[in-house]
Design a protein around this ligand. Structure first.
Ligand code: TYD
Length: 342
């Protein structure tokens, strides 16, 4: 299949592109705007593969998208391009609506006009909002609470409307918190692992008792490929790892992997509107034939090892433009934070 992956230089996108080319035998065009978290090092190993092609560009560029679909005879599109970080969406929400809603709309419309056969929107379990009890099924009401999750919900509603309105064959995956190698170190696990490696404090929001369901990136990408191939048009599929953990427990587990002391944990001012818990029911995608294979213990250990072995990947990121964001997000919090003992 000729597949266009957007955002393929990002975290999930780069793992997905590699999987589609090397395991699936597909021809893949990767279009990525290379904004702050897109990184060509993530796909460097594919550079000389004849089935792979990188194009620097934005999903908001209608002409570029139209010509890519035409010139490469694209049959399937997977939209991974997105602004993805909740904390940044609180600091600067505008760009989230542009990329996650408007950009998705442009990509979708060009795909429909060209008669693309399958369109998969990579979304998130955060569209359900905070789920204090039980697990969300695909039919549950969407109740996003951050500018990030609201933008992702807007994007996927637009995608689903193309099935209802035009019978354009779209699918949506709602993945849970994903972790693994190559994740930009603003997110919880890579931020805490890299800070711990450098003996820097780990800024845990609020009481640290919020719960997330952790999904290994390799499992997430297998699910996306599976839905692209076998998913029913017009359908939504939850994708969860089945590894629900409190943030504090994850922080302690990753410190143990690194043999670092718990005293590195700092309880800091909470994120505004912080969702307490996410949990998805994965019965539907299980029945389609996918289930996760990587236990959290194994996935976390190999992720920690990856960051230990790839300091040349993340150190330039953390000492570059990221520093300014980190200062804005954490300086005051860390000054006022407290350790476990205090
Ligand atoms: P994150 O990786 O930002 O994913 P999301 O907010 O999309 O779930 O955060 C995961 C959890 O970790 C979330 O409950 C917020 C918490 N967290 C911290 O406690 N400190 C931090 O510095 C970050 C980035 C996240």
């Amino acid at each position: 299949m000729n597949i266009l992956v957007t955002g393929g230089a990002g975290f999930i996108g780069s793992h997905l592109v590699r999987r589609l080319v090397t395991r699936g035998g597909h021809s893949v065009v990767n279009v990525d705007a290379l904004k702050y978290s897109g990184n060509l090092l993530n796909v460097k190993d594919l550079e000389h593969d004849s089935r792979y092609r990188f194009v620097h560009g934005d999903i908001c560029d209608r002409q570029l998208i139209e010509s890519l679909i035409r010139d490469h005879k694209i049959e399937g599109i997977i939209n991974c391009a997105a602004e993805t970080h909740v904390d940044r969406s609180i600091l600067d929400p505008g760009v989230f609506a542009s990329t996650d809603v408007v950009g998705t709309g442009i990509l979708l419309e060009e795909a429909r006009r060209a008669g693309v056969k399958r369109f998969l929107q990579v979304s998130t379990d955060e569209v359900y909002g905070s789920v204090e009890e039980g697990s969300s099924t695909e039919e549950d009401r969407l109740a996003p609470r951050s500018p990030y999750s609201a933008s992702k919900a807007g994007g996927e509603l637009l995608v689903l409307s193309y099935w209802t309105t035009y019978r354009f064959p779209v699918m949506v995956t709602r993945g849970s918190n994903t972790y693994g190698p190559n994740q930009y170190p603003e997110k919880f696990i890579p931020l805490f692992v890299t800070n711990a490696i450098e003996d820097q404090p780990l800024p845990l929001y609020g009481d640290g008792r919020q719960r997330r369901d952790w999904l290994a990136v390799q499992d997430h990408c297998a699910a996306i490929e599976h839905v692209l191939m076998y998913g029913e048009a017009g359908s939504v599929y939850n994708v969860g790892g089945g590894n629900e953990r409190e943030n504090l427990v994850v922080a302690e587990e990753l410190l143990a992997c690194l043999s670092k002391p718990k005293s590195l944990i700092r309880f800091v001012q909470d994120r505004p509107g912080h969702d307490r818990r996410y949990s998805v029911d994965c019965g539907k995608i299980n029945r389609l034939g996918w289930k996760p294979e990587i236990s959290f213990e194994r996935g976390l250990r190999s992720t920690v090892e990856w960051y230990q072995q790839h300091q040349p990947w993340w150190q330039p990121i953390k000492s570059g433009a990221f520093k300014q964001y980190y200062e804005e997000q954490y300086r005051r919090r860390l000054k006022e934070g407290r350790t476990c003992a205090s």
